[in-house]
Ligand binder design. Sequence first.
Ligand SMILES: NC(=O)c1ccc[n+]([C@@H]2O[C@H](COP(=O)([O-])OP(=O)(O)OC[C@H]3O[C@@H](n4cnc5c(N)ncnc54)[C@H](O)[C@@H]3O)[C@@H](O)[C@H]2O)c1
Length: 255
Amino acid sequence: MEETMRLENKTVIVTGAGSGLGKAVAVAAAKEGAAVVLADINEDAMNKTAQEIRENGQKALCSQVNVCSQESIGQMLTKAVDTFGQVDALVNCAGIFSSIPFLELTEEDWDRMLDINLKGSFLCSQAFIRQLLNQKTGGSLVFLSSISGYIGFTKSAHYCASKGAVRQLSKAIALEFGPSGIRSNVVAPGTIATPMNDWIIKDPKMHAQSVSSIPMGRFGTSQEIASAILFLISDEAAYCTGAELLVDGGQITHC
Ligand SMILES: NC(=O)c1ccc[n+]([C@@H]2O[C@H](COP(=O)([O-])OP(=O)(O)OC[C@H]3O[C@@H](n4cnc5c(N)ncnc54)[C@H](O)[C@@H]3O)[C@@H](O)[C@H]2O)c1
């Protein structure tokens, strides 16, 4: 019997698909049969992800998007629908991190963090949900929170605030659009080996210190986060909405 792929006939939009978690999700979703729409501000990086997907014989469309710009999000959605007919899932992976002591945080630092990590997820989700309602289909959204959305970390108040807020954004969407067959869930990674954490990985002392706080004794991989996301956007999670999946090697189990 021929094995069916979990995301066959689905179109999945992945923001931040040029790097790290977004890239891993895009590649994994394509392997599961999805047509993938890559949306990243970094065109070169996004094109490399697309090339990898196409070399595997799978479908990828690139659209340069700044998640803070409604105009670029609208253009991406139009391109996606024109190419693939409809959209089915949105994975909000675009994001930034910076480590800044609280008293040194400027208003610009705060705005940039909240604009990309929170407002960007809001703008993409609103445009995506409008399209789902036009299509008269259900669909599914995944938001990237973090263990920083559950516990505090020093020198990252702005990041923690953005990741806590994203959890609530997802829950509110789950409530408002459950009746329309639209599911909204959160994945909260612990510390994952992506370019975002190169500054820790490249500092042996900091790396060892960081790993010592993780019961599983290592950083997670992008593929491990992609697996959790794929589950949530697939029909296997048809009854999951408003849920939050911590994928952190046990890092915050003591909290
Ligand atoms: N890596 C981790 O340990 C970790 C842990 C918890 C949560 N997260 C979250 O997961 C998400 C992805 O993180 P990552 O590790 O893959 O980071 P990354 O830096 O490897 O990739 C982020 C991607 O987002 C893109 N991007 C940044 N600003 C953008 C914008 N304005 N518009 C469109 N694209 C933009 C970048 O170009 C990049 O390709 C982030 O929201 C991050 O906060 C990561």
